[in-house]
Design a protein around this ligand. Structure first.
Ligand SMILES: C[S@@+](CC[C@H](N)C(=O)[O-])C[C@H]1O[C@@H](n2cnc3c(N)ncnc32)[C@H](O)[C@@H]1O
Length: 277
């Protein structure tokens, strides 16, 4: 499906995904099972239509940071939009995109002058990145302490001594998930004039840091809706700071939005620039 154009002003990225380790062992290690809206090629192909660069303030924040780093690892790179844009803008260094979702990487691989790695942080054993980013709230996919701690440790190991880890997570205090309701569904019109719809519904009541919800995609040509189940973790700033410190990472700067305003209780984002302690 190509040539989609937004018909509603509130087009939003799919807010999340879920991952868990498959209990079925593969040859080397347990396979990582990701949210089907990212693993299924048909759904992953819609991601950039629902999340176009022009409607995202985060990528304009990240692009200059990528451009000024020689070696960059994008963890949870998705369709690779950020690294694609960096190369198009003349980045001449090493760009690596890492993602466990086959569908998303299939989109990313449309550019062959970037290294694409299928997997999660356990697949990375390099120590040469000036910059590691997690964009599009990919950080929130790290649901459990047992997943988060090794991921942060791997990031620290993969950073050069002066490297930076830059990422964002949604501020739990503003409870953005309360807007992930069917009434806020988003529509896109494809080149044939057919209307594709994406809606979300949160499992209630929300209890604690994890928010689980369903994303439903419909298209008049499909026999049935495509449904994807997801969970995201909403860490508060204090817990985040503790996890980073425990992993040997120090917060250098923190912002509450993409205009680099200070983090407050009403800030939509917790945007963090961290360095090796
Ligand atoms: C909301 S998308 C964000 C994609 C991209 N970073 C962006 O800004 O558009 C979240 C991405 O995280 C990936 N992901 C899921 N589990 C992951 C894991 N354990 N480690 C790294 N990435 C993961 C998904 O496959 C998906 O592509």
């Amino acid at each position: 499906m190509t040539g989609l154009s937004s018909t509603l002003p509130i087009a939003r990225c799919p807010p999340a995904r879920e991952t868990h380790r498959s209990t079925v062992p593969t040859s080397n290690h347990n396979a990582l099972v990701v949210d089907r809206q990212f693993s299924e090629p048909q759904l992953a192909a819609l991601y950039d239509a629902f999340c176009p660069w022009e409607e995202r303030d985060d990528l304009d924040f990240y692009l200059p940071l990528v451009m000024s780093a020689d070696t960059v690892l994008d963890v949870g790179c998705g369709t690779g939009a950020l690294l694609h844009r960096a190369r198009e803008s003349g980045h001449a260094g090493r760009l690596v995109g890492l993602d466990p979702a086959v569908g998303m990487l299939e989109q990313a691989r449309q550019r062959t002058d970037i290294e694409w790695v299928l997997g999660d942080l356990s697949a990375v054993d390099w120590d040469e990145f000036d910059l590691i980013v997690m964009t599009g709230h990919a950080f929130q996919v790290l649901l459990d302490d047992e997943e988060l701690r090794p991921a942060l440790a791997a990031i620290r190991r993969a950073l050069t001594p002066n490297g930076r880890f830059i990422f964002e997570t949604r501020n739990p205090l503003v409870r953005e998930w309360e807007r992930w309701i069917p009434e806020n569904a988003v529509e896109e019109t494809d080149s044939a004039g057919a209307v594709l719809k994406m809606s979300h519904e949160v499992n209630t009541p929300v209890d604690g840091e994890r928010v689980s919800f369903t994303s439903t995609y419909t298209h008049p040509d499909w026999e049935q809706p495509e449904v994807s189940h997801s969970t995201l973790r909403f860490l508060d700033a204090e817990s985040l700071s503790t996890f980073l410190a425990d992993a040997g990472l120090t917060i250098e700067e923190q912002f509450g939005d993409w205009d680099r305003q200070p983090l407050t209780v009403t800030s939509p984002e917790i945007i963090t620039i961290a360095a090796r302690s």
